[in-house]
Design a protein around this ligand. Structure first.
Ligand code: 5GP
Ligand code: ZN
Length: 119
């Protein structure tokens, strides 16, 4: 069923506490934790507790939950002191765009200059 935890999904396992993560913020519907391989001084991932393979399928199935992820991304940025300097929220979608974990997640990146367009 859509949204159900997947036993073989890394981020579902982080939600369940089976794999440790440095959690910075939690809500009823989302979890935010530091990326294990940070690409900027602040690099936090915000995920829905429910499993959807990418942001588009999440937004199509549960738009309110997609909004929760976006709101939490903003809350993380504010808590990290990034709302003055600016930051980037990224949803890599598909292997060709660099998605490696197929549980929807927002990258919140900041704390350094960010180039545009991204590589
Ligand atoms: P993607 O490449 O799918 O957009 O992003 C997946 C992110 O998950 C990568 O930035 C990667 O560093 C991060 N990641 C992969 N495995 C783990 C893990 O076990 N713990 C944490 N905290 N982050 C992970
Ligand atoms: Zn999952």
């Amino acid at each position: 069923m859509a949204g159900e935890a997947q036993a073989d999904c890394l981020f579902c396992r982080i939600v369940k506490g089976e794999i440790p993560a440095t959690i910075v913020r939690e809500s009823e519907t989302t979890v935010a934790f530091r990326d294990i391989n940070p690409q900027a001084p602040t690099h936090v991932l915000v995920i829905p507790r429910a499993h959807y393979p990418d942001a588009a399928s999440l937004a199509a199935a549960e738009p309110a939950l997609a909004a929760d992820v976006l709101r939490e991304a903003g809350e993380v940025a504010a808590a990290e002191g990034l709302d003055g300097s600016g930051y980037r929220v990224v949803f890599n979608t598909g292997a060709g765009a660099g998605q490696t974990v197929f549980h929807a997640h927002a990258h919140v990146l900041g704390g350094r200059g960010l180039q545009w367009p991204p590589g």
